[in-house]
Design a protein around this ligand. Structure first.
Ligand code: HEM
Ligand code: HEM
Length: 187
């Protein structure tokens, strides 16, 4: 049940983390899928280099976001939700946090296994996480691919849920995550 001390909305910083990371995730899929269709060459390597830089940015932001989340609990879910819906919402959010770490880490380890350096926008180079190994590369590449499908499925579920809350349940779940909006105080 909501209590008096629980916040009504996500804070501005929580909203900023959410929308910047969401935009980066969409960019990651666009870059990877475009690169996937290209023959090996400079254009493909440039897109993958950008994919790696944005991916490492997601990792850094995910660390900061999780630290912020521990110190700032999110608003309570609306009282009308069934236990199944609550559990599904929580499971989705936990799965997102796991994937926000697992995607960059498998990508970083995959590149390390090939001994391809991971640069951050040409400013510096991340150290290799593991030694060179073709077997590890193959395993990490398929893990990165499968996890990306899991992430995509959860994003689709998450967006449908957000739209259902807004247009069907007509509660404030979407609005409280949107900047430049206001939420009614709950009794
Ligand atoms: C949130 C972060 C990330 C997301 C959502 C993501 C997503 C993806 C997706 C969707 C693909 C295409 C998979 C396919 O072919 O079906 C891909 C490929 C790839 N990713 Fe990531 N990725 C992320 C982070 C990283 C990082 C940090 C690195 C490396 C440092 C990386 C390296 C790669 C590479 C090298 C490929 C191409 C693999 C190949 O087909 O040879 N990714 N990624
Ligand atoms: C594309 C990548 C996305 C990722 C990785 C993502 C991730 C997350 C995570 C982890 C949370 C939980 C926040 C917390 O309590 O700490 C969350 C909440 C939320 N997201 Fe997303 N999200 C994405 C896209 C979207 C989109 C496109 C929408 C809108 C259509 C959306 C709407 C929401 C809403 C309304 C909440 C608040 C849910 C609540 O109050 O319990 N998200 N998101």
């Amino acid at each position: 049940m909501p209590n008096k001390s629980s916040p009504v909305r996500y804070t501005a910083l929580a909203q900023a983390f959410h929308w910047v990371i969401a935009a980066l995730i969409v960019t990651q899929f666009a870059l990877a899928w475009t690169a996937d269709d290209l023959p090996l060459g400079l254009h493909k390597l440039a897109l993958l280099a950008r994919h790696k830089s944005f991916g490492m940015t997601v990792l850094m932001l995910a660390i900061l976001r999780l630290l912020w989340r521990f110190a700032n609990p999110p608003p309570q879910l609306p009282p009308g939700m069934t236990p199944l819906e609550r559990n599904l919402a929580r499971a989705t959010h936990v799965a997102f946090y796991v994937l926000l770490f697992a995607m960059p880490l498998t990508g970083w380890m995959m590149s390390s296994a090939k001994n391809y350096s991971v640069s951050w926008f040409g400013l510096f180079t991340w150290p290799n996480l593991i030694g060179q190994s073709d077997a590890a590369f193959a395993l990490l590449k398929s893990t990165h691919d499968y996890l990306s499908y899991a992430l995509l499925a959860i994003v689709i579920l998450h967006v449908i849920a957000a739209l259902k809350h807004h247009f069907w349940n007509k509660d404030d779940v979407l609005v409280r995550m949107l900047p430049f909006t206001k939420s009614e105080k709950r009794p």
